[in-house]
Design a protein around this ligand. Structure first.
Ligand SMILES: [Zn+2]
Length: 167
């Protein structure tokens, strides 16, 4: 994902989140999102974006409020502070893909599907002692081709039995 693609995707997620939670749009947040999208590293800290934050005239409280909002909206993950790390690290959550697939148990064919209602249910579900990151959902069944073959085979068998009875 390029930084522009990432920014646009994140902005879309943010828009939805803001609408759903009756928050207001602020230019600072959008500017900050753009700054973060341009960080070319798998993880970043507040220190990594500090110079650009100052250039964009974004205050420190706004920075932290926005980062927390991005985490709530699942645009970013906040990583646990490990030993020796003095600043919180953030990672893009949008790079990890949720996937929903249908799989044919006869031929193994896979297809991707999207269901926004289902996505929302899974993302908003609370788990005891667990913070979800992303998910994979598989729906098993029979594809159209295999179903057609199955029906054809059943019809043929029925046809043969009919012939046997007639003979
Ligand atoms: Zn199949």
């Amino acid at each position: 994902m390029t930084s522009v693609e990432r920014y646009e995707k994140a902005l879309g997620v943010l828009d939805t989140y803001i609408r759903d939670h009756n928050l207001r749009h602020t230019l600072e947040r959008e500017r900050l999102l753009k700054i973060i999208a341009e960080v070319n590293a798998p993880v970043f800290t507040v220190h990594d974006i500090d110079a650009k934050r100052k250039d964009a005239h974004i205050s420190v409280p706004t920075l932290y409020n926005s980062l927390n909002l991005f985490v709530s909206a699942r645009i970013l993950y906040k990583l646990e502070r490990t030993h020796g790390v003095t600043q919180e690290q953030y990672k893009w959550a949008l790079d990890a893909k949720n996937s929903m697939r249908v799989i044919c148990t006869r031929c193994g064919r896979e297809a991707v599907f999207t269901d926004k209602a289902l996505l929302r249910i899974i993302q908003e579900r609370k788990y005891a002692n667990f913070v979800p990151a992303h998910f994979s959902l598989y729906v098993y069944g029979t594809c159209k081709t295999c179903r057609r073959l199955l029906i054809q085979r059943n019809n043929n068998e029925r046809g043969r039995e009919k012939l046997k009875v007639e003979n």
